[in-house]
Design a protein around this ligand. Structure first.
Ligand SMILES: C[S@@+](CC[C@H](N)C(=O)[O-])C[C@H]1O[C@@H](n2cnc3c(N)ncnc32)[C@H](O)[C@@H]1O
Length: 226
């Protein structure tokens, strides 16, 4: 089956409302228990003055960080989600796909750029990581939280490649699941290397009940800063 990045954006357009509801009602157990706090902890290890939230969704993380005095700028492909961000937060938000980031004339650079479960596709994720290199201030950090490859792999071969999507575990309001591009840990490392980032740390927050990683967090710095 042939999957493409554009199906991902189409799916998020369709599912913007149920997604917003799921976040508001804290319906995703792993987020409530582990991964929300995990990404906040990594970001606050070196509190940024200016942070870019790439693929910010309805904006929960931007709001959380803005309430701690961080200047947050959020970008997402879906106008309905960006509208929610604008209604609720002090941060600045703009509609843009990763595919069009190079057309966005951002007049500032950031101390940190965060992608929280928002690098889903193949080329689109590569473009987002690539773009981040030039949008970081000196000694800035790119922080990516994503599904842990060893857990998300399931029974399929442990190799990079497109996978069919599923909304299993989500409410029936979710439709048209998007495909996603599975990357092994080595695959992620190759992407960072090709984009001239150096991996600084990996975090694997554990689910308290299963004692398995609920996600993986990569912390990268531009090669040029080392
Ligand atoms: C799982 S949600 C995560 C949202 C948010 N970061 C959070 O923590 O709740 C994935 C987000 O990535 C955005 N996204 C996915 N592919 C994108 C692309 N190519 N360009 C811009 N945004 C994209 C979607 O619109 C969606 O809001």
């Amino acid at each position: 089956m042939l999957f493409t990045d554009s199906e991902i954006i189409r799916s998020w357009h369709v599912n913007a409302a149920p997604w917003t509801k799921a976040i508001e009602r804290e319906e995703i157990e792993s987020r409530k228990l582990i991964t929300n706090q995990a990404i906040i902890n990594v970001i606050l290890e070196e509190p940024p003055l200016e942070l870019l939230d790439l693929g910010c969704g309805e904006g929960w993380l931007a709001r959380e960080l803005a309430s701690k005095g961080i200047n947050v700028f959020g970008i997402d492909a879906v106008p309905e989600l960006i509208e929610k961000c604008k209604q609720r937060g002090d941060a600045n938000f703009v509609v843009c796909t990763y595919e069009n980031l190079s057309l966005l004339k951002l007049d500032k650079k950031f101390d940190s750029i965060v992608c929280n479960f928002s690098l889903i596709g193949k080329e689109s994720s590569e473009l987002a990581v690539h773009f981040s290199l030039n949008q970081l201030k000196a000694n800035g950090r790119l922080i990516i939280q994503t599904l842990h490859p060893l857990i998300a792999c399931g029974d399929l071969a442990y190799m990079d490649g497109w996978r069919p999507g599923s909304w299993s575990g989500f409410s029936e309001d979710f439709k048209e699941p998007a495909p996603w591009y599975f990357r092994t840990i080595e695959g992620w490392c190759r992407l960072f290397e090709r984009s001239k980032f150096r991996l600084l740390s990996i975090y694997e927050p554990l689910h308290p009940r299963t004692q398995k990683p609920a996600s993986i967090i990569f912390e990268c710095v531009p090669e040029a800063d080392l």
